[in-house]
Write a protein that binds this ligand. Structure first.
Ligand code: GDP
Length: 297
């Protein structure tokens, strides 16, 4: 299960302080040492851990906590609040264009789950937002990627726009937008090429697609199982092309949680959805508060 180690450690630590009738700075310090260890073990970015510990410690040794009748419980509440803040606070919904179509660019490294997530997102848009999405196959380097999207389209009975592998992705995007207008699609989801690593040529191509299609959302799809690598990938995609949100996949696996807890703080970009399985209905809006509750039990 995801977050298992972190959940166990944090719950154990907080349990100890929860019942205390009175706490002092030394108790808080001792607790924070354990929390720090738990976060590091969960592969949370070190800078993020440091800031988190500082914020919680400052709040926890505040007068109103120390003097309250239930200081232990207050401290637990502070940890929960700050864990929620760390993951972005509020749930962050999709930004739709004022004038249709809304354009969503899907970017990410190969294997992260980009194409699968494109299908899942289209499902969410159709089901929960009553939209009529057009999927666009813009990964011209891997014929298999185009085929994969077409297969998904058939399975979901959703149209897929593709022009094979001989036309540039920018041209494909241009034609797809014309098609969307003609066929009254109110959302266009562009599945861009993935690579094994971040490389300059790919980034330039993504910038070109961005310039042409003026996306309302640029979603970076990252694999939660890759921990800090996912955070680094998010940072470099954001620095070069500017993402608007993150979709964290494979949260149904046994990720330690580092990516989920660090990405927002490192990139300032929200996690908008999480992938909870391979099936097409396994995409959920990300709720920081619920996730924090889940971790703290
Ligand atoms: P892409 O190269 O980024 O387009 O990746 P794919 O969409 O082809 O996905 C790579 C693999 O990850 C596939 O086997 C997907 O079924 C799997 N996958 C994607 N999202 C999830 C998820 O949320 N949970 C699990 N368990 N597997 C996922």
């Amino acid at each position: 299960m995801a977050f298992e180690g972190l959940a166990q450690r944090l719950q154990g630590t907080l349990q100890k302080i929860k019942g205390k009738g009175k706490i002092n700075e030394a108790d808080v310090k001792e607790m924070m040492r354990e929390v720090r260890f738990a976060l590091i073990e969960a592969d949370v970015n070190l800078k993020v851990v440091k800031e988190f510990i500082k914020t919680v410690s400052e709040r926890a040794v505040g007068q109103d906590v120390m003097k309250s009748l239930t200081p232990g419980q207050q401290v637990v509440k502070i940890v929960q609040d700050e864990l929620t803040n760390l993951m972005g606070g509020e749930q962050n919904p999709i930004q739709f264009a004022r004038k249709s179509p809304t354009v969503i660019m899907m970017v990410g490294l190969q294997g992260a789950g980009k194409t699968t997530t494109t299908g899942k997102l289209a499902t969410v848009l159709r089901k929960r937002h009553n939209k009529k999405p057009l999927l666009v196959a813009a990964d011209i380097y891997r014929p298999a990627a185009i085929q994969q999207l077409e297969t998904l389209g058939k399975q979901l009975t959703l149209p897929v726009f593709s022009m094979g592998t001989d036309v540039s992705p920018v041209e494909i995007a241009r034609k797809a937008l014309e098609e969307a207008e003609k066929e009254y699609h109110d959302v266009v989801i562009i599945d861009t090429a993935g690579r094994l690593h971040v490389d300059e040529k790919l980034m330039q191509e993504l910038k070109d697609i961005r310039e042409l299609s003026k996306p309302d959302e640029i979603f970076l799809v990252v694999d939660a199982m890759t921990g800090q690598d996912a955070v680094n990938v998010a940072k470099s995609f954001d620095d070069t092309i500017g993402i608007t949100g993150v979709i964290l996949t494979k949260l149904d696996g046994d990720t330690r949680g580092g990516a989920a807890l660090s990405i927002r703080s490192v990139t300032q970009k929200p996690i908008k959805f999480v992938g909870m399985g391979e099936k097409m209905d396994a995409l959920e809006p990300f709720h920081p508060e619920r996730m924090a509750s889940r971790i703290l039990g």
